[in-house]
Design a protein around this ligand. Structure first.
Ligand code: CA
Length: 396
């Protein structure tokens, strides 16, 4: 089998003004994805997604001008050979960022083809599935409605109630845009709302994400506040480049430190783990090097006693890739009674508006009544991309 055609697609969906939202580093006024479509001489077609967020055009250009000429004619079943060839080419100038994001999309599309060729879901090719569904946590609690409303804890509590009413039994919110006092008031309000929705005596898993907003000494102060609210993990407390700061935060605080969505390839994760920066690794499959590389990162993490909860943000294709990867993750550590947030992975399920997540697939991923998402079982990614939706959000 040979790759005969590679297409990249830049998809964009502007948000209505009232839908715009902030995290600590950025405002989001549109949702976007770079998709990859690989066609083979056998007629099989595979889809991938390249990149986490931000302008998809540079990622598409990397695919078109750098990767496509190198993989045309190669056998897409040789996923590692393709990966190493592409990474070796970009190593001198592209070890972080756009180039690796582009490789990620190509890799996912090759796995999609491999699964279809062998008539197996990708998780079967990864060694088998440990589960047929995974508990999802809602990623919400962004800053909305303009600066005068960012500190509105009533609106945040109402949002938390909506997520639980939808079926979520775990939640992550944002900090880092406001003062420490205002953000800790939000943390407390969201936790209180979550507790009020939980059955008596039960506390749903609760996580807090700073998107690297703090210097280490402030991160430690914020982390103390999070510990008082029974927070499962503190995500990206400091900038990814500051490994000494990460270690200082991790060693000082009792709660788990999570990070890695901005890191690319096993080499970055090796350094994070070697230096004792994180308890939880969050590789993004569409950014860190695709399914091939994320599997290697997970193996590395297991040797360090670091848990893996992948970062997920993009379209339905990103969700599908994450679900196959999660299916293949063993409980960490093994347990005769695997429990989400203890030794079982969870799926990050972004709750911000994104039609590329909700309409791109003919059968979009949805939350089951028990707060889980089902793992796809059909060959490859197990999805059907609606090409009319690709055209709808593609270049006009
Ligand atoms: Ca995050």
């Amino acid at each position: 089998m040979k790759v005969v055609d590679v297409q990249s697609y830049v998809l964009k969906s502007p948000l209505a003004e009232q839908e715009e939202f902030y995290a600590s580093q950025e405002s989001f006024s549109e949702r976007s994805s770079c998709l990859v479509r690989i066609e083979t001489d056998s007629g099989l077609v595979g889809w991938g997604e390249a990149g986490l967020w931000g302008a998809p055009e540079p990622v598409a250009a990397m695919i078109d001008h750098v990767l496509t000429p190198r993989i045309t004619g190669m056998n897409p079943l040789h996923v590692d050979v393709i990966w190493e060839k592409l990474y070796a080419h970009i190593r001198d100038w592209g070890r972080q960022g756009t180039a690796v994001e582009a490789i990620s999309g190509v890799d996912i599309a090759c796995w999609d083809i491999a699964g279809q060729a062998l008539q197996q879901p990708i998780h079967a090719l990864l060694g088998g599935a440990y589960r047929d569904r995974v508990k999802a946590y809602a990623t919400g609690g962004y800053y909305k409605g303009g600066p005068e409303k960012w500190a509105d804890t009533g609106a945040l509590a109402a949002e938390v109630e909506r997520h639980v009413a939808t079926g979520f039994r775990a939640l992550k919110i944002k900090v880092g845009l406001l003062s420490v006092a205002e953000d800790l008031a939000r943390v407390k309000a969201a936790r209180r709302a979550l507790d009020a929705c939980a059955p008596s005596g039960e506390r749903f898993p609760y996580m807090v994400d700073a998107n690297h907003a703090y210097p280490p000494h402030i991160a430690i102060a914020v982390g103390r506040g999070l510990e008082e609210e029974d927070t499962l993990w503190f995500e990206e407390p400091v900038i990814p480049e500051d490994r000494r700061g990460y270690r200082q935060v991790a060693e000082t605080l009792d709660l788990a430190i999570a990070g890695g969505e901005c890191e690319h390839t096993r080499f970055s994760f090796r350094d994070l783990m070697l230096e004792g920066c994180i308890d939880i690794a969050q590789p993004d499959i569409c950014g860190t090097g695709g399914i091939s590389e994320t599997v290697k990162i997970a193996t590395l993490a297991q040797t360090f006693g670091v848990q893996v909860y992948p970062h997920v943000w993009g379209s339905g294709i990103a969700l599908a890739a994450a679900l196959h990867f999660i299916a293949s993750l063993p409980p960490s550590p093994h347990s005769a009674n695997p429990l989400p947030a203890l030794n079982e992975p969870m799926l990050e399920f972004d709750r911000n508006p994104n039609p590329l997540r909700d309409t791109l697939l003919r059968e979009p991923f949805t939350l089951e009544d028990d707060g889980t998402v089902l793992i796809p079982q059909r060959p490859g990614l197990g999805i059907e991309v609606d090409e009319a939706v690709v055209a709808q959000y593609g270049p006009q």
